[in-house]
Design a protein around this ligand. Structure first.
Ligand code: MN
Length: 185
C-alpha cells in the first residue's frame, strides 16, 4: 500500500491537507468520519488499518438504523494524520470545499482483542469484502458492517448498523457539529 494515488491528486503547496505518510496508533485503532461539502455533500468514513486510513465516501452519511443500507464508495487510502483535518480545501483543488470532523473515536473487532491479530483479521476481512467492527465514537456507537456489493462497480460497499443496544431510528446526522471544534459546515 502506498499513498501514490492520494499524493498525486493533491498539490500540498495549495491545500492544507496532510501529505501521505504511514503512521499508526500505539494502543487502540481509530476511526474518523468527516463531513465534506465538495461538489456533492458526503461523509468520509475512515478506519485505521495497517497504518493507513481505509476510506469510503458515503453520500447519505451513516445511520444508526439497521434498516438503512448506506452506499459507501471505497476511495484511496488516506494518511493517518488526515484524522485531524478540518478546514477548507481551496477552489480548483481535488475535493475543493469545506471539511469538518463529524465524529471520531476508537474501534475494535467484537471477538478479537490482541492488536496484531486484529490487524491481520481486518486485512483479510477487507479482502473478503465483509468487515464487522464496533465503534466507540462520540456519535456513532456499537457494531457496524461494511459489505462489498457484488456489482460491476468495483468500489461499491454498503455500511449497515447491526442490531444492538445502540441501534435506533433517530437521525444521527441532525447532530451536525464538529466533534473537535464544535463548528458546523
Ligand atoms: Mn470527501
Amino acid at each position: 500500500m502506498s499513498f501514490n494515488k492520494y499524493n498525486q491528486k493533491r498539490n500540498f503547496n495549495l491545500t492544507l491537507e496532510p501529505e501521505g505518510n504511514r503512521k499508526q496508533s500505539s494502543a487502540e485503532l481509530i476511526f474518523v468520519v468527516q463531513k465534506h461539502a465538495a461538489s456533492h455533500l458526503h461523509y468520509d468514513f475512515r478506519l485505521e488499518i495497517g497504518g493507513v486510513l481505509k476510506s469510503w465516501a458515503i453520500p447519505k452519511g451513516p445511520s444508526m438504523n439497521p434498516a438503512d443500507k448506506r452506499l459507501a464508495i471505497m476511495v484511496e487510502d488516506h494518511p493517518y494524520d488526515y484524522k485531524d483535518f478540518e478546514g477548507t480545501i481551496p477552489e480548483g483543488n481535488y475535493g475543493a470545499g469545506k471539511v469538518i470532523v463529524w465524529d471520531n473515536g476508537t474501534y475494535t473487532l467484537a471477538d478479537e482483542d490482541e492488536l496484531n491479530k486484529v490487524e491481520n483479521r481486518l486485512e483479510s476481512d477487507l479482502q473478503k469484502g465483509r468487515l464487522s467492527f464496533v465503534l466507540n465514537g462520540k456519535k456513532l456507537k456499537g457494531e457496524f458492517t461494511l459489505v462489498k456489493m457484488k456489482t460491476k462497480q468495483r468500489n461499491a460497499w454498503l455500511l449497515i448498523k447491526s442490531t444492538d443496544q445502540y441501534a435506533n431510528n433517530t437521525d444521527i446526522l441532525l447532530q451536525d457539529k464538529s466533534v473537535i471544534s464544535n463548528r458546523t459546515l
